[in-house]
Design a protein around this ligand. Structure first.
Ligand code: CP
Length: 307
């Protein structure tokens, strides 16, 4: 059956666990997987800028022995001539076995998936909506360091309005037992009601006080203010440095609290925090490649389904 990954709930928690286990196996013995995708071609379709997602997907495919075609800038595709997204994807399906696509419009990946007959679509970020492979990356990191997901208190800090990584993370983590969320944002960038409605009101609190909230967290998930989604540059400039995580705030946190960030970072984590062993955002970016290797294999029917 043709499967896509458009948002985290497209996969069950059991399927997530299969991916985590497969990623562990790949990490332990990468050479055993170095030609499982031989002869397979991935389309890397990035209509919006990216460093980690695009390069980790492309590295993942090459490390599995497959190959990659695509673009990192919509201006060099026929989108610039007015071609529709559905026509572009129906064309790409003639050439490629799987596609990872980032697009500025919410719902673009879902729309593209409706036209597919053979090619799995992976949503590599659709506007301010969802970013499910970042969530797989985040959960791989949490699982690695904490060993479980249940009963964790997660502080999600920054731009909760436009942060697609946050929307996906909360949706995915809400499936585990006893998880509590602390949403830390300025009033203007609060978690959209549509995502809050998916949660039990007893499972979350909202605040704008990072110094108070940090004391009770198992995980602090920082995020940048998403400049590209603001209508007003003035509003962005007013809000961009609302939270800056520094040594002083880290001193208030638990000794085993983890700091995650999907990256890129702008100012919201001071570089002095990088040396703190609780800051695991660069390790997180590394896990992103291994879990994407597992995801590619899974969607191509090359392993992970019943491991
Ligand atoms: N985390 C993330 O999506 O980073 P990029 O925008 O660099 O891909």
């Amino acid at each position: 059956m043709l499967r896509h990954l458009i948002q985290p709930l497209d996969f069950t928690t059991e399927e997530f666990e299969q991916l985590f286990r497969l990623a562990d196996q790949i990490l332990e013995n990468p050479s055993a997987y170095s030609d499982v995708c031989k002869g397979k071609l991935m389309a890397s379709l990035f209509f919006e800028p990216s460093t980690r997602t695009r390069l980790s997907f492309e590295s993942a495919m090459y490390r599995l022995g497959g190959q990659v075609v695509g673009f990192a800038d919509a201006k060099v595709s026929s989108t610039a001539k007015g071609e529709s997204l559905s026509d572009t994807l129906r064309t790409v399906e003639n050439y490629c076995d799987i596609a990872a696509m980032r697009h500025p419009k919410e719902g673009a990946a879902l729309l593209a998936s409706k036209y597919m007959t053979t090619m799995p679509i992976i949503n590599a970020g659709d506007g301010g909506h969802q970013h499910p492979t970042q969530t797989l990356t985040d959960l791989t990191t949490i699982r690695h360091y904490k060993g479980h997901f249940d009963h964790l208190t997660i502080g999600v800090c920054g731009d909760l309005k436009f942060g697609r990584t946050i929307h996906s993370l909360v949706r995915a983590m809400n499936r585990y037992d006893g998880v509590k969320f602390v949403f830390i944002s300025p009033d203007e960038l609060k978690m959209p009601q549509v995502f809050l409605d998916e949660l039990d009101p007893q499972d979350y609190t909202e605040t704008s006080n990072l110094k108070e909230a940090i004391k009770d967290l198992d995980i602090l998930y920082m995020s940048r203010v998403q400049r590209e989604r603001f209508v007003s540059e003035e509003e962005y400039l007013r809000l961009k440095d609302f939270f800056i995580l520094d040594k002083e705030k880290m001193a208030l946190a638990r000794k085993d609290m983890l700091v995650l960030h999907p990256l890129p970072r702008v100012n919201e984590i001071h570089p002095e925090v990088d040396a703190d062993p609780r800051a695991v955002y660069f390790q997180q970016a590394r896990f992103g490649m291994y879990i994407r290797m597992a995801l590619i294999m899974f969607l191509l029917g090359l392993g992970g389904q019943n491991d």
